[in-house]
Design a protein around this ligand. Structure first.
Ligand code: GLA
Length: 728
């Protein structure tokens, strides 16, 4: 039993394999947070609720409401009634005020995990997950709120979500609704986040938590390059293997906030949810609102275990694609090979060379539709440009298929170019503020997906193309962030719903796509990796990680991304050199080893690279096939980090049963007069004997893990090595 109600103590106890989460009810009915941490053998106790403490001394009035609320650890704090820390819920009633106070009314414990209306959400079989629903009520507003907790015992994950219902007769306005809150005492916490920018997404940042509020957020309409819907609070000694880690990740692809607040009594409040700015949802009598899901995990064995909890959870309970563990084709994408300058002959020439080298799929990127010869036109006009694809798309696909290759295609369905037939016909379909000159970004506007006919149109454009030829893969791109938040479809009182309705529109389109084309391999993308989040993983098993494919930049980007997301979710390609973003030259072999950590492909003009490089491709394709199942299923260990501490980078993927492990070592900058270096493997069986593939060398698991494997010192920058240890 993962969830119990200890009736006498009024405590809900949620147990996973290694963690326990305790929720307690006060006599008034406040839902308090008692504990989250290492697994308790016994039952939780009430004294942990700390109900009798005065905030200021001397004070006799221990339970004066504001004094009490401003210290008490809440499961889901509300705004305006005496808790001055960050609130999770602000509701404005018809009188115009926003006070709200939730008191417990009832609960339900059930097996399994309900899906969330219109939203991506984790799932699990009845024997894998249990769900607790705590119902609370604000009697003045007649507002009913369900706090939902699903316990995935095996992965040490608890997911939370919140549903708000208007059970009264007033028209309420929901101005803020977060999905999770965690109140704790400070333990010298440090905050970890994943900030970035275009072409350098998700760098790991860590720093001491200071007094006040520290937050990361997106107001860009998507999860963004700049910030990431992830936050962890870690104790100062935290490494890959030790230290306490509290982490939250948001299953949502729009505006978010992740915030930690160190308050006056040394207590910390960590929250995550939809960013409240420019959000206001109408809750008319009888209406409800479902807030997205937040994933929580706790590790007392450092960051490594946090990472593996997330990886196991996303693989086992969020990604639905048949390609999750299925064979994925090695693809070649023409973007960096040609940009907009291609035609069918050029694509066929790439395909021919690629086929010879063993590559299995050609992906035709941006520029095949309307009159799009540059990035300033035609988004929305999804008709094939027959000046470029001279004998049409079905014929091109047929020719590629006849070579024995599959065909994939790029779309950017959420966008509309000012210079497009679609915009000339439906200018009101773009997101814009009436009377204001709309802001262009990459010479484009964003479609108003709160308007159902726009969702239908945009979806149908994609579906029609997919029906016209046997297309095996779609790269779904989104190349600008949202501003000018105005809809000519929504009435003036509903403009605050636009940003969330936009995200719901994206989800609806992708849900339709994977239902209508269940065997399609979908890769999400957003100007590189600006929408790499758990929400999108519900629809696509892989996401383009970054527009920067330089092998050295990718070390940092992939380290940050793999901190949370399984390796096989990261779209990673061997690119051209000098690299188009940073101008760096790296060995072809290193580019291959680094891309092997993700879903593998090529992004270069194979007809123009050197013979020497071309000759390496068949070996790399074979390497990808050999290791792909291990990379998809194995346990990931970060052995050394170039970005944090070392002149080299090193990671390992071990089969869960310890039968094999693949180690990738990248020497970033060579150092003079260096000896060999030890790397300490993980996840092996101590007593087993391992041979190192391609050599006569033999080691015990104990040696490799305790004493270490010796990586020889060699000259040369940007060099990489793969070590495959196989149990005998
Ligand atoms: C984005 C993607 C690229 C490419 C271009 C096409 O930047 O990340 O891979 O598809 O769009 O315009």
């Amino acid at each position: 039993m993962a969830i119990r109600y200890l009736e006498e103590k009024k405590i809900f106890q949620l147990d996973t394999k290694r963690t326990t989460y305790l929720i307690g009810l006060t006599p008034e009915g406040y839902v308090g947070h008692i504990y989250y941490g290492g697994r308790l053998k016994g039952e939780g106790s009430n004294y942990l609720l700390r109900m009798g403490e005065a905030p200021y001394t001397p004070s006799v009035n221990l339970r004066e409401k504001s004094s009490f609320l401003d210290f008490f650890s809440m499961e889901y704090p509300t705004g305006g009634v005496g808790d001055y820390r960050e609130s999770c819920l602000n509701v404005r009633g018809e009188a115009g005020s926003i006070g709200c106070e939730l008191l417990f009314t009832s609960y339900q414990i059930r097996k399994g995990k309900p899906s969330l209306e219109g939203l991506p959400a984790s799932f699990g079989r009845d024997e894998e997950v249990e769900t607790l629903e705590l119902w609370c009520e604000d009697q003045v507003l007649n507002l009913r709120v369900a706090l939902s907790y699903s316990v995935f015992a095996d992965c040490d994950v608890i997911t939370r979500n919140v549903r708000v219902e208007n059970a009264g007769s007033e028209h309420l306005k929901l101005e803020k609704v977060y999905s999770a809150c965690l109140d704790m005492d400070n333990r010298d916490f440090e905050m970890m986040t994943l900030p970035g920018s275009w072409a350098r997404e998700r760098s790991i940042q860590r720093g001491k938590l200071r007094f006040g509020k520290q937050l990361v957020s997106s107001t860009r309409g998507e999860s963004s390059h700049q910030e990431h819907p992830f936050m962890a609070l870690v104790t100062p000694e935290t490494t890959q293997e030790s230290g306490k880690v509290y982490a939250m990740n948001f299953v949502y692809s729009g505006n978010f906030i992740a915030q930690a607040e160190l308050a006056q009594f040394g207590n910390v409040r960590m929250v995550m949810g939809i960013y409240p700015e420019n959000f206001c949802w109408n809750l008319k009598p009888g209406d409800h609102f479902q807030a997205p899901e937040c994933v929580l995990t706790y590790s007392d064995q450092g960051l490594g275990l946090m990472t593996r909890n997330f990886h196991d959870f996303y693989r086992g309970h969020l990604i639905r694609s048949p390609f999750l563990y299925g064979k994925r084709p090695v693809l070649i994408n023409n973007w960096e090979a040609t940009y907009f300058d291609f035609d069918s002959d050029k694509l066929l020439a790439i395909a021919r060379e690629a086929k010879k080298a063993g590559i299995e799929m050609l992906v035709m990127d941006d520029g095949w539709f309307g009159k799009r010869n540059f990035d300033d036109s035609s988004l929305g006009d999804w008709t094939v440009n027959e000046e470029k694809l001279t004998s049409g798309l079905p014929d091109l696909v047929k020719k590629v298929n006849e070579m024995g290759m599959e065909f994939g295609i790029w779309f950017e369905p959420e966008m509309i170019s000012p210079d497009s037939e679609l915009y000339r016909k439906h200018p009101d379909w773009a997101i814009q503020i009436q009377g204001r000159r709309p802001t262009q970004c990459r010479a484009q506007y964003v479609l108003d997906l709160s308007r159902p006919e726009v969702v239908d149109y945009a979806y149908q454009c994609v579906a029609d193309i997919l029906h016209s030829a046997p297309i095996a893969y779609v790269k779904w791109d989104m190349n600008r962030q949202l501003c000018d938040i105005g809809s000519s479809y929504l009435d003036k009182d509903s403009q605050g719903e636009l940003l969330h309705r936009y995200v719901l529109g994206v989800y609806e389109m992708q849900e339709r796509l994977i239902r209508e084309f269940p065997r399609l391999l979908l890769e999400n993308c957003s100007g590189g990796g600006a929408r790499f989040d758990p929400g999108m993983l519900y629809y696509s098993p892989q996401i383009w990680c970054s527009d920067d494919v330089d092998a050295i930049e990718r070390l940092r980007i992939q380290e940050g991304t793999a901190l949370i997301y399984p390796l096989a979710t990261m779209g990673a390609h061997v690119g051209d050199c000098p690299n188009h973003v940073v101008g760096r030259n790296t060995p072809f072999e290193t580019r291959g080893h680094v891309a092997l950590a993700g879903s593998f492909g090529y992004e270069l003009d194979i007809t123009r690279i050197s013979q020497e490089e071309r000759e390496q491709i068949p070996g790399q394709v074979e390497m990808c096939h050999q290791y792909q199942p291990l990379m998809q299923k194995g346990d990931y260990y970060r052995l050394a980090s170039w970005t944090m501490e070392k002149p080299y980078d090193c990671w390992e993927v071990a089969e869960k049963d310890g039968s094999q492990a693949l180690v990738t070592f990248v020497q970033v900058l060579a150092q003079p007069n260096m000896h060999s270096r030890f790397i300490y493997l993980k996840g092996l069986l101590e007593d087993a004997v391992y041979s190192l593939e391609g050599t006569e060398e033999v080691y015990t698991g104990e040696e490799l893990m305790k004493c270490g494997y010796l990586v020889p010192s060699e000259k040369g920058d940007f060099r990489s090595y793969l070590y495959h240890f196989i149990k005998r």
